[in-house]
Ligand binder design. Structure first.
Ligand code: ADP
Ligand code: GLC
Length: 498
């Protein structure tokens, strides 16, 4: 089984969020199952510099949307996975954030940039394919940036119909990001007028890239079972609920996993002292990590002060206004807070202000810092994830492994991965964290108080930590589900072709 994994970001070369972690870990897990998977990435400078043994594949590509000069190159990711990069300097030869310019706004040519990525993916299926030596059975696209790929296969048979048509699957990592562009871009991105229809790429008067993927792909997945239901509802479907509900038989929720080669406190090179489930308590390695974190953020060095943390993009969708609202009361209860994040200016300002207001109790770092995110996971007692919606969420999974109990809103993947500490679940020894339902500051505060009550009973807290640290969210199970899905897709294709 050959799979082309088409994604706009991949750790450690380019990362803005969880998709990068998934794009690194899932292909590796699939390879362990014997799936021959290769990545296709935009040729950002960080990608071209980061791939080893880079060499060219095929001829100059002259018909991409947005540029007449591009090449496909192939090299190895740091873990050895093979990755194609679309080396199109006019589109991707820009440093920094992959989607935003230095002014913090979307690059004005994002429509062409990611149409080109999808076009390149479809090119693997053409009669004269970009790589004649490697023909994928399945094209697996991720998020709106890869959404046009199945649309090209369906609507441009003149360009992309080769003798073997691969199957297609689209994974929705976050339905809030849809890639919507003006209708007059249709010609520029190489789609015929017939594609601009409700049964096509048309989406509320524009062109919807994610919509296109959801309409044309053979199969759809998203990153948790609960989110798979939520996106079929008016509240969370962001306008795609009708289409997704009509495709319910083709839609699966497969929970993301964790790469424990990177996220494991027993082997983490970023943290000051290593520890495992046997010594997470308040004296072992985790305690040393907490002290170091308090020092790093200028907090009072108090082992008994419950330390809550946020590692997140800072925006409304992540519910981080609730943390701003309750921080004062948390501090009054004796709590401490550290925040690492970047995002909306309003939030960045709010958190900076909070740190100034509560010196020694609240520490804030605005920015993106991979190593620090590990140290926070190791040093904190609680990780706050109050998201309004959360397709899967990875930070709560990392927190579990580090014995940092997640306190989350019950939505999407957060609902599927954290077991709320109720009297019954604590007594049964299955609780791993805390959940609240209504997206309100009072409810977050109430849940923080619940957590505090347990924190004051160290033996019980420790039982939760041990349970959390020993739960297995590795990639083997999810990779098996993807592999079975690929088999089904390829089988269906062959049957239809026969
Ligand atoms: P999302 O993809 O919606 O941002 P996830 O929880 O799936 O949410 O993934 C977020 C990823 O980004 C995690 O790996 C998390 O550790 C990382 N992350 C988020 N913000 C920062 C930051 N400011 N510095 C370092 N890592 C961050
Ligand atoms: C998106 C979602 C997040 C998910 C990640 C990886 O960024 O917001 O919940 O964990 O993708 O699938």
């Amino acid at each position: 089984m050959r799979v082309l994994f088409v994604t706009p970001e991949c750790f450690p070369l380019v990362k803005t969020g969880g998709l990068a972690d998934v794009s690194a870990a899932l292909p590796a897990a699939l390879s362990r199952l014997g799936v021959d998977v290769r990545l296709l990435l935009p040729g950002y400078p960080a990608v071209l510099d980061g791939l080893a043994n880079l060499h060219e594949v095929g001829d100059l590509i002259t018909d991409l949307p947005g540029t007449d000069r591009a090449r496909l190159v192939i090299g190895a990711m740091p873990d050895g996975t093979l990755a194609y990069a679309l080396d199109a300097p006019a589109l991707f030869g820009r440093p920094g954030n992959p989607y935003l310019g230095p002014d913090g706004k979307d690059w004005p040519d994002n429509a062409e940039r990611f149409a080109a990525l999808s076009w390149a993916a479809a090119g693997f299926a053409a009669a004269e394919p970009y790589d004649p030596w490697w023909r994928p059975d399945v094209l697996h696209g991720h998020d709106w940036q890869a959404g046009l790929m199945p649309a090209y296969l369906a609507m441009r048979p003149d360009r992309f119909a080769g003798p073997f048509r691969p199957g297609t699957v689209m994974t929705i990592h976050n339905i809030a990001y849809q890639g919507q562009f003006a209708p007059w871009m249709l010609g520029a991105i190489g789609l015929p007028t017939a594609a601009y229809a409700q049964n096509g790429v048309e989406y509320y008067g524009g062109i919807g890239y994610l919509k296109a993927g959801c309409f044309y792909a053979d199969r759809l997945t998203t990153v948790s079972p609960t989110y798979a239901h939520e996106i079929q509802t008016d509240e969370q479907g962001m306008g795609l609920e009708g289409l997704l509900a009509s495709r319910v038989d083709d839609l699966t929720g497969i929970l993301n996993g964790v790469d424990y080669g990177i996220w494991d406190p027993a082997a983490d090179p970023h943290i000051p002292e290593r520890y495992g489930p046997a010594d997470p308590g308040r004296r072992g390695g985790k305690a040393a990590c907490k002290t170091e974190l308090q020092i790093a953020f200028g907090l009072e060095r108090r082992a008994d002060a419950p330390l809550a943390a946020v590692v997140s993009r800072l925006n409304h969708h992540k519910g981080l206004d609730l943390v701003l609202e309750t921080a004062g009361q948390w501090v009054a209860l004796g709590g401490q807070l550290v925040v690492l994040g970047s995002g909306d200016t309003w939030f960045e300002r709010g958190y900076r202000y909070l740190a100034e207001w509560f010196p020694g109790r609240v520490g804030v770092r605005i920015g993106y810092d991979e190593a620090l995110s590990h140290r926070i996971q190791a040093g904190a007692d609680l990780l706050l994830v109050p998201s309004r919606s959360e397709p899967c969420g990875l930070t709560q999974l990392y927190a579990l492994k580090y014995g940092t109990l997640p306190l989350v809103r019950r939505t999407g993947g957060l609902a599927d991965t954290v077991i709320d500490a109720t009297p019954a679940s604590v007594a049964d020894g299955v609780a791993t964290g805390f959940q609240f339902v209504r997206c309100e500051a009072q409810e977050l505060l109430f849940t923080l108080r619940r957590a505090l009550a347990l924190y004051r009973r160290p033996e019980r807290w420790r039982t939760l930590q041990e349970r959390a640290m020993t739960r297995d969210f590795g990639w083997d199970g999810p990779a098996r589900e993807y592999s079975e899905l690929y088999n089904t897709i390829a089988f269906d294709r062959h049957r239809r072709a026969a």
